[in-house]
Design a protein around this ligand. Structure first.
Ligand code: GDP
Ligand code: IMO
Ligand code: MG
Length: 425
């Protein structure tokens, strides 16, 4: 049996979808363990582009079992849209998609609250109801797929919760209250959508693991958006980090094999919050344009900047990442000089550590070193065919992070990849 966790090691959008798809070839089961449809995972294969939000990217390969674990927040309407879209592309989810009976449901009022809070907090969320759905889960005011057949339970629970929600919407935000009967209608629709897919996924996954099946744990977002280790409060509301795998799927830590971090050769971020190596100049614009750096979920322009080894080291350590996939090296093609942040200067001192507080992070000055640029890396498939300057860049990043780059990605297509190690060995 083998398993690989594929985890974003920056602020999301590192190219996890591509790497998951690549490694799915030898996998039997692909699981999401946290997040929701705030994710946008792009796969380019056979000349077509697919963007997955909630369903694991493994669904694109025939016959693979896909699991949406208990650690996710699920919007059944978004799920239905995704299933329908896949169907038009000739991909059936039917008998191989499973959703945990213990996942949390995103209710219409969570989305309303996300919009309302966003006006005052300005986190730059995806407005998909993710934060409120997790908040209500932890406040023990959530609903789960396993509740949906219990009509009395649903009615009582939602009645109580809606009192809370409406008090906030009306008194705090001056918005309209939500109507109980409308919400109950949505819940009936939710039940019908989810019914064919709901099961005890912990039971199913443990059985697969015991049978020796190969499993991929597909992280969403990235460690710098982790609720505990990210740039709080400018984070998402779940644990993309490795710890989220056990709690989000109901499996033993012993079932987690290799932990592969995915990093871009530079850095991007969507939404608000400090970003020490951000480039608000022509180079940033060049990277955004060349890298197509616009959100796969919301279409927002992504903020772009140089590679940040301080942030990456923090991500690797807190998530226990032991190997890396470096994506989008080709995007830096044509730049004369490429910079890497090796340390921060803050309040008159140099540091190797990533500050916990965002006000401190907002005043750090990156300490840079400069590297020779390269050209024509797009689509290169053999490591030896990369230029010397690209080799030096990768070597230096391995050196700074103390972790080997096992996969180098040189284009969005699955074929545009260099695999230096067979991760399934
Ligand atoms: P994810 O959320 O981590 O799955 O990443 P996204 O799909 O949101 O964003 C990554 C974007 O980069 C997608 O448009 C991918 O098709 C694209 N991509 C992935 N790897 C490469 C690469 O090596 N080179 C280029 N040029 N694009 C890539
Ligand atoms: P993938 O899986 C990049 C960001 C949002 C916002 C913050 C909180 O494609 O890498 P939320 O809606 O989660 O409460 O928003 O997190 N964010 C992402 N940024 N990639 C993602 O997912 C993201 N999912 C959430 O932009 O800053
Ligand atoms: Mg994305």
């Amino acid at each position: 049996m083998g398993s690989i966790a594929i985890i974003g090691a920056q602020w999301g959008d590192e190219g996890k979808g591509k790497i998951v798809h690549l490694l799915t070839e030898n996998a039997d089961v692909i699981c999401r363990y946290q997040g929701g449809n705030n994710a946008g995972h792009t796969v380019v294969a056979g000349g077509k582009k697919y963007v997955l939000h909630l369903i694991p990217s493994g669904i694109l390969k025939e016959g693979k079992i896909c699991i949406i674990g208990n650690g996710l927040v699920v919007n059944p309407y978004a799920l239905q849209d995704e299933i329908d879209l896949l169907k038009t592309l000739g991909i059936e989810c039917g008998s191989r998609l499973f959703i945990s009976d213990r996942a949390s449901l995103i209710m219409p009022y969570h989305i309303e609250l996300d919009h309302a809070y966003e006006e005052s907090l300005g986190i730059g969320t995806t407005k998909r109801g993710i934060g409120p759905a997790y908040s209500y889960k932890y406040a023990r005011m959530g609903l789960r797929p396993c509740d949906l057949e219990e009509e009395d339970y649903v009615k009582t629970t939602v009645g109580t919760v809606l009192d809370e929600v409406n008090a906030t919407l009306v008194n705090r935000f001056g918005r309209n209250p939500l109507d109980l009967s409308r919400v109950l209608e949505d819940i009936r629709a939710y039940r019908d959508i989810l019914k064919p897919f709901v099961t005890d996924t912990s039971l199913l996954l443990n059985r697969c693991i015991n049978e020796g099946k190969n499993v991929i744990f597909e992280g969403a977002q990235g460690i710098l958006l982790d609720i505990d280790f990210g740039t709080y409060p400018y984070v998402t509301s779940s644990n993309p980090s490795t710890g989220g795998i056990c709690t989000g799927l109901g499996i033993s830590p012993k079932s987690i094999g290799r932990v592969l971090g995915v990093l871009k050769a530079y850095t991007t971020r969507v939404g608000e919050g400090p970003f020490p190596t951000e480039l608000e100049d022509k180079t940033g614009e060049f990277i955004r344009k060349k890298g197509g750096e616009f959100g796969a979920s919301t279409g927002r322009p992504r903020r772009c900047g140089w590679f940040d080894a301080v942030a990456a080291r923090h991500a690797l350590r807190t998530a226990g990442i032991e190997e890396l996939a470096m994506t989008k090296l080709d995007v830096l093609d044509g730049l004369e000089k490429i910079r890497v942040c090796t340390q921060y200067q803050v309040d008159g001192q140099r540091t190797d550590e990533f500050p916990a507080n965002v006000a401190v992070l907002a005043r750090v000055e990156p300490v840079y070193e400069e590297h020779e640029g390269w050209d024509n890396l797009g689509g290169v498939k053999n490591y030896k065919d990369l230029s010397k300057s690209a080799h030096r860049y990768i070597d230096r990043i391995e050196d700074l992070l103390g972790v080997r780059v096992a996969i180098v990605s040189t284009g969005s297509d699955e074929k545009e990849t260099i695999q230096r190690t067979n991760l399934w060995d």
